[in-house]
Write a protein that binds this ligand. Structure first.
Ligand code: FSX
Ligand code: SF4
Ligand code: F3S
Length: 412
């Protein structure tokens, strides 16, 4: 797992550090090895065997999960012990209106391969994409697992639920998605909505939404754990499950049902292009000199300033540094944020939330134009107390005059 140093990333005013005393991240393999020094070898061996992992890889996995969860050092040991000694929770995994990218993103992860983890960390009793069986055989497996594990299984739902016209637009085994999700949720210990589609409707609910797609929570009329993203980061799902196994409860959620460990910070806070934003260096159009130099993508419509997710910290696909949308040069479309992703125009300018000047900012006038940067506007106006006003002023500035022609009509 690639977890960038969560505490290497500057903490912005108004936010608590995730765990200041613990610098995990770039060097966490070493930390994992040190952890092995004080952990019971039998536990490590048992847990590693259970997951089909070597001792070293297992230690790295525990350290990586603890880092994603923002837990302190001794949490690694608790995680390892829980995995070694506790029963694997049975999981019923449903698919509805979606592209199956959520499962796909899990299957391409490495360090260790997440497919091994999913299969060994939990007891995957029903999963339409991965099942060898089909038809009556598969449905029988689901029903017998639900019966045998009443109140103990986790229900994971991928995809939105077409609810219009009594749900007739999506059926599996003769039952509508609405019926299935209600039936499977009834005796579940917890319900996890995986991906933006399951969380609030996501892409299938984009207007005019002819099948009336909604999220799982809307159908069940209760709070479920939402792990949005299109696709969601597999480690956010995995860490949620490990938290459940280790502590017997779900992680703390925000007001949209998202685990706080993953969705408490704006992408803009931890983005590697942030110094360019603070200093007024903006890409004007794809492929220009600024784009090739890694400048800020705000003017291309990047929604990082209003989207909460840990994408820049946890990264995707274990392919190396920079492997996340903004890292590869594409603006964030806000896929984890209800009301932003799939609703707002991709090229439209983001609302700037909690934008505060960086201590490192030195420029007063934007390099690209006449506008004043947030940092300089705040300084000019006399301090932090007027940062909100500075943000508004900057949003106005950024929205006018500097945009390439094709983005001038975007939402501002
Ligand atoms: Fe949705 Fe997932 Fe996007 Fe796709 O299952 S969150 S369309 S990646 O596949 O649900
Ligand atoms: Fe990064 Fe986007 Fe914020 Fe620019 S606007 S710093 S590219 S998140
Ligand atoms: Fe989605 Fe933006 Fe992250 S598009 S994957 S929330 S960078």
């Amino acid at each position: 797992m690639l977890v960038r140093g969560l505490n290497d990333i500057a903490t912005r005013p108004g936010h608590e550090p995730i765990h200041q005393e613990e610098t995990v991240g770039v060097g966490f393999e070493d930390k994992a090895e040190r952890m092995g020094d004080y952990m019971n070898d039998e536990i490590l061996t048992a847990a590693g065997t259970k997951l089909g992992l070597s001792r070293r890889v297992f230690l790295q996995f525990c350290a990586g999960v603890a880092a994603t969860l923002g837990l302190p050092a001794d949490a690694h040991a608790s995680i390892a012990e829980a995995i070694a000694t506790k029963h694997r929770p049975p999981v019923i995994w449903l698919h509805f209106a979606e592209c199956t990218g959520c499962t796909e993103s899990m299957l391409v992860a490495e360090h260790p391969a997440i497919d091994e983890l999913v299969l060994n960390l939990v007891s995957l009793d029903y999963h339409e994409t991965l099942f060898a069986g089909a038809g009556h055989q598969a449905e029988a497996a689901r029903k017998s697992s639900m019966e045998a594990n009443k109140g103990k299984y986790l229900l994971v739902v991928e995809g939105a639920i077409p609810a219009k016209d009594s749900g007739i637009y999506c059926k599996v085994g003769g039952q509508t998605a609405v019926e299935l999700v209600n039936e499977c949720a009834r005796d579940a210990a917890a319900v996890i909505a995986l991906g933006s589609c399951a969380s609030w409707g996501g892409m299938p609910s984009t207007g005019p939404n002819p099948t009336g797609c909604v999220g799982v929570g809307d159908v069940l009329k209760k709070q479920v754990v939402n792990i949005p993203g299109c696709p969601p980061n597999p480690y956010n799902f995995l860490s949620t499950v490990v938290h459940y196994i280790t502590y017997g409860k779900l992680p703390e959620l925000d007001n949209q049902g998202r685990p706080k460990f993953a969705y408490a910070r704006l992408i803009h806070e931890n983005c590697e292009r942030r110094p360019h934003f603070d200093n007024g260096r903006f890409v004007q159009e794809f492929g220009d000199a600024g784009h090739r130099s890694g400048w800020c993508l705000y003017k291309l419509g990047c929604k990082g300033p209003e989207t909460y997710a840990n994408c820049p910290s946890v990264l995707f696909g274990d392919a190396g540094g920079g492997c996340w949308p903004v890292g590869t040069g594409h603006p964030c479309i806000g896929c984890t944020e209800k009301g932003v992703g799939f609703e707002r125009p991709i090229h439209g300018l983001a609302d700037l939330k909690f934008v505060t000047p960086s201590a490192a900012s030195s420029r007063v006038i934007e390099e690209q134009g006449k506008g004043v940067s947030v940092a300089s506007a705040a300084v000019l106006a006399g301090g932090i107390g007027v940062v909100v006003g500075a943000s508004v002023a900057m949003a106005k500035n950024l929205g006018k005059g500097h945009l390439p022609e094709h983005t001038q009509h975007g939402e501002e």
